[in-house]
Design a protein around this ligand. Structure first.
Ligand SMILES: *Cc1c(COP(=O)(O)O)cnc(C)c1O
Length: 228
């Protein structure tokens, strides 16, 4: 029952960190990132009560969606190509990685066809690393405004990643910047986008200190991933 133990440990850490930040633990959703892990591992987490899982490849998400329980809330956290929008809308409770008007439009069209309102986040690249997907603050302002025109889109927040191996101070700066972009968008367009998806195994505590409402944690729950 290693996965159950890991989940318990992470939940404790989230609760402790929330308290330290003067926040409530239930303001922070734990997304168990199950990419490259088996359905058996996912079921172990499921049996321990976990219902929200994150995947970064739409094909893998689609396969798991088919065979795993219906009450799992799948979160698409990886880059999404526009020709995969239909499947993403079919399978995802939340798409974290919207980064262009093109994909926004595709998601809206597919959601309309399915009679669904698709919850989304905009992915920002705050650190400016070339290796990362995501948009700038200015682009996010434009897309946030656009998204209010799309009837089958529900923009509920923003997502980002700190650079790999960043020191805590640097990570916190990045997360604080995402929160300031959130404030700017909310004030400018008089909308509420309450969710901040930030924090992974190595930096979720820094993210919680800066207001994260969704932490995306893989390795600390499921162990190392096998890339081959
Ligand atoms: C893989 C992944 C995670 C989880 O990373 P860990 O370091 O394993 O916790 C979080 N967010 C995104 C976007 C990912 O691709």
């Amino acid at each position: 029952m290693i996965i159950k133990d890991n989940l318990d440990k992470i939940k404790n850490k989230i609760a402790n960190c929330a308290e330290k930040a003067g926040r409530k633990a239930d303001e922070i959703q734990l997304i168990a990132v199950s990419k490259l892990h088996s359905s058996e591992s996912i079921m172990e987490a499921y049996e321990a009560g976990q219902r929200i899982f994150g995947e970064n490849r739409i094909q893998e998400l689609g396969k798991k969606f088919k065979v795993l329980p219906d009450d799992i809330k799948w979160n698409m956290i990886g880059h999404l190509q526009s020709n995969k929008a239909s499947k993403a809308v079919k399978c995802s409770s939340l798409i974290h990685s919207v980064d262009s008007e093109k994909i926004l439009r595709k998601i809206n069209n597919n959601a309309f066809k399915k009679g669904k309102t698709q919850r989304i986040l905009l992915e920002l690249n705050i650190s400016g690393e070339e290796s990362k997907y995501g948009i700038s603050e200015n682009e996010a302002l434009l897309l946030a405004e656009k998204s209010t025109e799309f009837k089958n889109i529900n923009l509920i927040g923003l997502m980002t990643m700190a650079p790999f191996g960043a020191e805590e101070k640097k990570a916190r700066e990045i997360f604080a910047t995402l929160r300031s972009v959130q404030n700017n968008i909310e004030e400018k367009f008089q909308i509420k986008i309450p969710e901040l998806s930030m924090g992974m195994s190595s930096d979720f505590e820094a993210a919680i200190m800066e207001g994260s409402t969704m932490v995306r944690i893989g390795t600390a729950i499921f162990g190392n991933r096998n890339y081959d």
